[in-house]
Design a protein around this ligand. Structure first.
Ligand code: WT7
Length: 708
């Protein structure tokens, strides 16, 4: 567990001097004057409005960006820590705020531009007026055909198509809690989330384009339902959107009385309108599942009023979204980034948000820049993994296209200063302000970032806490690790904020244990000051207050900005009946940050031939392709402590060609050399030599798994 007594020191004894070997303290870079002149936040008085003595009332500035049916009477209710309630007494509807009010004022304005993956297909403009119609018709279908009502949960397993925000907003219109599962996740992963959330309706699509192929997606719905049923949850109806109306992209049969094509059913609801259901501010808007230390995924539950206020406010000031901007976030809506900063934040502000179906480098590395040029995108948002990949395959591509970004974002993982500089000078052409936003599924919106017109950029640092967020870095005993001390510690947020998740769906004790137990000063206290939020990241704060995130201190591997729990990977491997033991370790990767390698031992008498492929396949089935390990190493025996615990740091070191450290206290030290020889000679033969590791990376590997 993250908060166990043995979590001590995991990832937090890295000194500034050690990190400096890899990342030196960088120079400030000022935002362009042209950006500052038009920025939403350009008056430093804003810092005064959000100073700590103005907490929590400062956040009414965000809530005031929304239209409320009833105004709240209590900004923050702390009577049941750490289950905070924001804007209590307030009532509103998220769909009304993201659709109706803009459709009334500006019906022809483009809400969504959808870019299909095939470049020969035209992009699609959806105006706020059309979005209103689509959301209403689908809401009528959900209510009258699917029988859904406020408070019900519904699982979505959809790709990057405009039908996804339509579905989310139709749910929100009814107060139905949506739980969108990333389309790349497997049927089984979807089934587990259906069961955990208690959904009796699944909304999916028949297929979608990925790297030029029309992928069969409906097949996963059948797998999902089987898995959900195995876990005790029956699904009544599967609503299947079609990628091409009237054609079916899947091989799997539609089950009579259970599976329905949405386009066919929708004809009954043409022109229907559904009054938005007025929800209490603290009613849940959606669940977003994420990985943690144990195998069971965590459904982060986000509120209606607090969440929507927070993403609207941070979209305005940190994404600098104006109604006339063309904003493109290349993340997937299946992750929190897409919920907050493709759908809810931008649409709450009435801007134009771009949704791209496919992979960034399809059909070639110039695609994103052609899209930007063609659509006039002026705000661009992506991850370090995509930036590294686009830089590798097309370093000269951006300059071939005539687009101009005023603002760019990087999110999801630490970005190397060298990669940041390419993003700044080549992608941004030196004309854009950049924000490196640090946050999490659980936090709803940004926690750390520079305010783009008012705080200079510093490559490799996310910047200070955002408006109204007061971070602290604590050592294992809860002492402050002062800014500028050069020491790392666990980053925490001292105060509640409107975007923070309300709980983990169905696991309130786990919510307290994972995020609040570690630094709680008094379990009886009703004072928020006694309940710092533990983010699970190691971090270091420079003298100027800028924060450098070092990475997770728990058993989570961040692959290309996606969190994978080692326990989930290991349980997936253990579904193969021949496998006796499994361990997942991170390997440093130049493009994806970290990749996964598995170590597996087999039951006695099992022939190892083909077992690696079997384990890989099991992980793909249980989690999805994104989790597929780079290598699966079949070993005769795992290195273990005398109490029988697998020493993950030893095998992690082997996989990264790092020093395995002291192994003399192991129960079976002799296996280490056998494993090292086997693994490293195979890697050398495959040309899988890592680059030289920085000290910080070295530390991460050397301590890997000691948080157990
Ligand atoms: C973890 C959260 C927040 C949306 C995407 C990921 C890492 C996130 C940064 C950043 C360094 C970052 C942290 C965090 N992370 N942003 N700007 N710099 N690391 O959401 O899947 O919940 O993952 O991603 O380790 O804890 P998530």
């Amino acid at each position: 567990m993250t908060n166990g007594p043995e979590s001590s020191n995991a990832g937090n004894e890295v000194s500034e001097a050690q990190i400096a070997v890899h990342w030196r303290e960088e120079e400030y870079i000022q935002p362009p004057a042209s950006f500052v002149a038009q920025a939403n936040a350009s008056d430093p008085a804003i810092f005064e409005r959000f100073s700590e003595d103005k907490f929590p009332e400062c956040f009414t500035e965000y809530a005031d960006l929304l239209t409320w049916d009833e105004r709240w009477h209590t900004t923050l209710d702390t009577s049941n820590p750490p289950f905070w309630n924001w804007f209590v007494g307030g009532r509103l509807n998220a769909s009304y705020n993201c659709v109706d009010r803009h459709a009334e004022a500006n019906p022809d304005k483009t809400a969504v531009i959808w870019v299909p993956e095939l470049e020969t297909d035209e992009h699609v403009h959806i105006s706020y007026g059309e979005l209103y119609r689509k959301v209403n018709e689908f809401a009528a279908l959900l209510r009258d055909f699917a029988g859904l009502k406020a408070g019900d949960r519904v699982t979505l397993h959809m790709p990057m198509v405009p039908e996804l925000p339509v579905t989310m907003l139709a749910c929100a219109r009814l107060g139905v809690v949506h739980s969108q599962v990333f389309g790349g996740f497997s049927g089984n992963a979807c089934g587990t989330r259906i069961a955990d959330s208690g959904s009796r309706i699944l909304i999916t699509m028949d297929g979608y384009y990925r790297a030029g192929d029309l992928i069969d997606h409906k097949v996963k719905a059948d797998e999902a339902l089987e898995e959900a049923a195995r876990q005790g949850q029956e699904v009544d109806k599967v609503l299947v959107w079609r990628r091409h109306a009237g054609q079916y992209a899947s091989e799997t049969p539609m089950r009579d009385g259970r599976d329905y094509f949405v386009d066919e059913v929708l004809t009954q609801y043409a022109g229907a309108t559904v009054a938005p259901v007025s929800m209490a501010s603290e009613d849940p808007l959606f669940l977003m599942y994420t990985s943690g230390t144990t195998g069971r995924p965590k459904g982060a539950q986000h509120s209606t009023g607090g969440y929507l206020s927070y993403v609207a406010g941070t979209s305005k000031y940190y994404q600098d979204i104006h109604p006339d901007d063309v904003y493109w976030c290349m993340a997937d809506i299946g992750w929190i980034t897409g919920h907050s900063y493709i759908v809810y934040g931008p649409l709450a502000l009435g801007t134009t948000t771009v949704i791209y179906e496919g992979t960034p480098n399809y059909p070639d590395a110039g695609r994103p820049w052609r899209i930007a040029e063609k659509l006039g995108v002026n705000i661009f948002h992506t991850s370090p993994t995509s930036i590294r990949m686009l830089r590798k395959v097309g370093p000269e591509e951006p300059k071939k296209y005539n687009y101009h970004f005023k603002h760019m974002t990087t999110v999801g993982e630490p970005i190397e200063p060298e990669v940041w500089r390419w993003y700044h000078s080549e992608v941004g052409k030196g004309e854009a302000a950049i924000v490196d936003t640090w946050w999490q599924t659980e936090t709803g919106g940004f926690l750390g970032s520079t305010l783009p017109a008012l705080q200079p950029m510093k490559a490799g640092s996310c910047g200070p806490g955002v408006l109204g967020i007061y971070p602290a870095i604590y050592d294992e005993d809860g002492n402050d690790v002062p800014a500028g001390s050069g020491r790392a510690g666990n980053i925490c947020i001292r105060n509640p904020w409107p975007g923070v998740m309300q709980t983990i769906w169905g696991q309130p004790d786990r919510f307290i244990d994972v995020y609040y137990r570690k630094y709680n000063r008094d379990p009886e206290s009703k004072d928020w000051r006694d309940w710092p939020y533990f983010a699970g990241d190691g971090a270091l704060q420079a003298a100027d207050g800028y924060i450098r995130i070092l990475g997770r201190v728990d058993d989570v591997i961040n692959v290309a900005g996606h969190r994978l729990g080692t326990k989930e990977l290991e349980s997936a491997a253990l579904t193969v009946p021949e496998v006796a033991e499994a361990a997942a370790v991170p390997v440093i990767d130049d493009i994806r940050g970290r990749i996964v390698e598995m170590y597996v031992s087999l039951k006695p008498g099992i022939d190892p031939a083909g077992m690696d492929a079997k384990v890989s396949h099991a992980i793909e089935v249980e989690i999805g392709k994104i989790a597929r390990p780079k290598n699966v190493w079949i070993v005769a025996d795992m290195p273990k402590t005398r109490s029988g615990k697998i020493m993950r740091r030893v095998i992690a070191s082997v996989s990264n060609f790092a020093d395995v450290g002291d192994v003399t206290t192991l129960a079976n030290p002799e296996v280490v050399e056998t494993i090292r020889h086997h693994v490293q000679s195979a890697k050398v033969a495959r040309g899988e030599l890592p680059r030289e590791l920085s000290e910080a990376e070295y530390e991460e590997i050397a301590k890997y798994g000691s948080a157990e």
